[in-house]
Each structure stands twice: as C-alpha cells, then as structure tokens.
Design a protein around this ligand. Structure first.
Ligand SMILES: [Zn+2]
Length: 333
C-alpha cells in the first residue's frame, strides 16, 4: 500500500477524543472539501471527498458533534476507476440546531487551541493530502484548490512551528519538504506508525550514503596508490636504462627499487616488510622519492644526450646520502 494511503488508514482508526477537536476536524473538512448552498428548503453543506474512508469519518463526526445523520451519496467521476464520495447535510430550515452549526462552519476561523489546530491539519490531510514515498523524498502536500483554504492551513501550520510553502497550480496547494518537517507534521497529526516507518527509511538512507562515502574514499585512495606505484616503476625503469642496471645505484636505493619492481601493487608498508632489515613506511617513501627525484633530474638533462660526469655525480651523491643515513630509520636513503 502507498505510504500516503497507509498513513490515512492509520489516522482514520480513531475519532478525536475531545469534542473541540471533533469540531475542528469538521471545520477543516468544510474549509477544504465543503460547499455551502442556500436552497428554498433551507441551508445545506455538501462535502466531496476522494476516499470512502474519509467520507465515513465525516459521517461519524456529524453524528458525534450534532447528532445528525447525514445523507451519503456516492458520485462517480468521468475518469474510469475514479469516484467522488459526496456527503450532504441538510437542507434544514433556519433556526434548526444543524443550521446553526452549518452557519458556524461557514464562518469558522482557525481553532485557537493547539490540540484543535493539530486536528485541523489532520482532517485537511485526510481530505486533500498526499505523502511521497519516503524512499524517494520527504514531501507532504495538501492539494486544496482554494486560495482561502491554503491561507488558513498555512496559518495553522505556522502556528505549530512549521514552515509551509504554497504553489498556485490547480487553484493552490500547500506543502512541507524535508525529513524534519515531515516527521514533525506526522507527529502532530498523531500518525505514530508512519512516523516510525519514515524514521527507519531515513536511518537506512543515511547508513547507505555513509557506506557509499566510505567506498568512494577507499576507491580514491586505491587509485592514488596505484597511480603513484606506476609512476615509481616508470622512474625506476628509466634509471635502470640510463645507468645500465640497478646495481649502479647505492645499495639502499637499489634494494627498494627492486622491491617495487617485484611488487608493483604493494603498499609502502608491505614493501617495507619485505626488506632485510624491515623498513618503516616513511623510510620506504623517502627512498622511492629519492629514486623519483634522481630519475626526474636526469630526464631534465637528457635532451642534450647523456652527460657521464653528471650521471656519476648524481649517483655518487645518492650513494653518499644512503651511506650517511642510519639503517632502518625513516630518514635514511
Ligand atoms: Zn481540541
């Protein structure tokens, strides 16, 4: 069942306990779905509602509030499969208690009690409301089709601490967006099951987006590691070709260079663990950086062809540097 229909079903299970809230629901239904007519026989109200269940609610409200048994008519619309449920009260002669109620409904302002304003929002939702499936987005809407009814509902929602918005399509609609707003209005309307369901969906969505963020971060790190390893291998191959073999490198650098060629996809820590003696991650990084710098320095001089004295100097410097640093320390290379 769609989330909207499920929420309405939940709300329709109980009539409001207080008579003030029952009258507020009736006022809301009159404002959003009612039509007042004055006939030669007296005054009457016709409520047009899209669901049989909401029509039944109205029927019970009338009975509860004024002891009136309204005349119920099912009217079919032209669209196949769609029908409108019309509930008519009256006509009753002027002075009749029901006529006084009908007049009151026509002139009713917003209920001032908080419990009644919640009832007003709930009844407006039952008559003209819809909720988007929470898996898609958080959105509740009242498709009222009457600017006056939109203004009244907006005032009511604002007085309950919400921030409704209005659109002018099809005569006017009011909506709330965002998980916080939709959760709050569900709580105010008393839709506890729908509230829990939406909370669950929100938690699952948040967990899924956290997991995606982690996977993306992991993938980005992996890409970075692989790209760096490929650059290192390319630099080592270049050095090997130019020096005529890795044995011309200082032993510390040659050892790391060979380890990298043997294990192109290993992390720095894994490379360090294969060396004898084992070396820390920062020590391996330092040596690989020296190899890269050495390769880059030579390639910069290469266009003018090989420069044997310069080659010899660079290798000597690297050798001296590797010899100076204590074995196993991160600074050595
Ligand atoms: Zn009340």
């Amino acid at each position: 069942m769609p989330f909207s229909a499920e929420t309405k079903e939940e709300l329709l299970r109980e009539l409001p306990a207080r008579s003030c809230c029952q009258a507020a629901e009736l006022a809301a239904l009159a404002a959003v779905a009612g039509r007042r007519q004055v006939t030669p026989e007296g005054v009457q109200f016709t409520f047009e509602l899209p669901q049989a269940s909401t029509a039944r609610r109205l029927f019970h409200l009338w009975k509860q509030v004024d002891g009136v048994r309204p005349w119920l008519q099912v009217r079919f619309l032209r669209r196949p499969g769609h029908r409108t449920y019309a509930v008519r009260v009256g006509p009753v002669p002027p002075g009749h208690p029901v006529a006084r109620r009908l007049e009151a409904l026509a002139a009713e302002g917003l209920p001032w009690r908080r419990c009644c304003r919640r009832a007003y929002v709930r009844a407006a939702f039952l008559a003209r409301g819809s909720l988007v499936q929470p898996a898609k987005t958080y959105h509740i809407e009242w498709d009222l089709g009457k600017p006056v009814a939109c203004e009244a509902l907006i005032d009511c929602l604002r007085s309950l601490g919400l921030a409704p918005r209005q659109v002018s399509r099809r005569g006017g609609a009011v909506y709330l967006k965002g998980a916080e707003q939709v959760l709050t209005v569900l709580q105010l309307m008393g839709a506890r099951r729908a509230l829990l369901q939406l909370e669950n969906v929100r938690i699952v969505k948040e967990m899924r987006s956290d997991a995606n963020r982690l996977v993306n971060a992991e993938t980005a790190n992996l890409d970075k590691t692989v790209r760096a390893a490929l650059d290192q291998i390319e630099a080592i191959r270049r050095l090997e070709a130019r020096l005529g073999g890795l044995e011309h490198l200082p032993p510390g650098l040659a050892e790391v260079a060979r380890a990298r060629l043997r294990q192109p996809y290993s992390s720095l820590a894994e490379l360090g663990a294969t060396l004898r003696p084992p070396m820390t991650k920062s020590g391996v990084r330092h040596r690989l950086n020296r190899l890269m710098a050495l390769a880059a320095g030579r390639s910069a001089r290469e266009p003018g062809s090989a420069d044997p004295p310069a080659q010899a100097r660079a290798v000597d410097e690297a050798a001296a540097s590797a010899a100076d640093a204590p074995a196993g320390s991160p600074e050595e290379c």
